[in-house]
Design a protein around this ligand. Structure first.
Ligand SMILES: [Cu+2]
Length: 183
């Protein structure tokens, strides 16, 4: 019995360390040696969801997903343009059939350490743009459903405070990609 427990512990430790290395590569963009490799760290949401419905006038540009092996979450990046001059746009989340779970995250620096938190929504002020990029806001996608490959396009639905869902074509890219212009 003791032997079994030990074997399990070693296996668990190996998996966790692989997982955290890959998660780090995903979320850090290679910029810092920060402390948030473990995904359990961003399981809680720090603020209440926005009650603002806002506008439907969202335009999404340069959407791409850094596709990582199944054990690690893939990062989703894009630029959000609020084309409404008087109302905010509230992004509630994203959803795609290609992944079983998608979340919005924010990476922040505190005392030189990188930390990550789940956010319930993101508000883009009237006429403004907001970039989701490595080291900042990003989407996290887990449980890839099909046999996804870099170079493929998938449809991602952007869900707004109004209830509207805007379908966007997003390009899957390799783990070494750092921006939309990379492969
Ligand atoms: Cu994240």
């Amino acid at each position: 019995m003791k032997k079994l427990v030990l074997a399990f512990t070693i296996l668990g430790a190996t998996t966790a360390s692989l997982y955290s290395t890959l998660a780090l590569a995903d979320h850090q963009g290679g910029s810092h040696g920060g402390a948030h490799g473990n995904h359990a760290m961003h399981a809680s949401s720090e603020r209440a969801p926005s009650t603002v419905k806002g506008s439907d006038h969202l335009r999404v540009q340069d959407c791409w997903i850094r596709l990582l092996p199944k054990v690690a979450p893939s990062g989703g990046f894009f630029v959000l343009h609020n084309e409404d001059k008087s109302e905010p746009v509230v992004l509630k989340g994203i959803q795609t059939d290609a992944f079983g779970m998608s979340m919005l995250h924010e990476t922040t620096e505190k005392n030189g350490m990188s930390a990550m938190a789940m956010v319930p929504d993101v508000t883009i002020e009237p006429g403004q743009s907001l970039s989701f990029k490595p080291g900042s806001y990003h989407a996290m996608l887990e449980k890839p459903k099909a046999d996804l490959k870099a170079g493929q396009q998938i449809t991602v639905n952007f869900e707004l405070g109004t209830g509207k869902k805007i379908p966007v074509q997003c390009t899957l890219k390799s783990p070494s990609a750092r921006s939309f212009s990379d492969q």
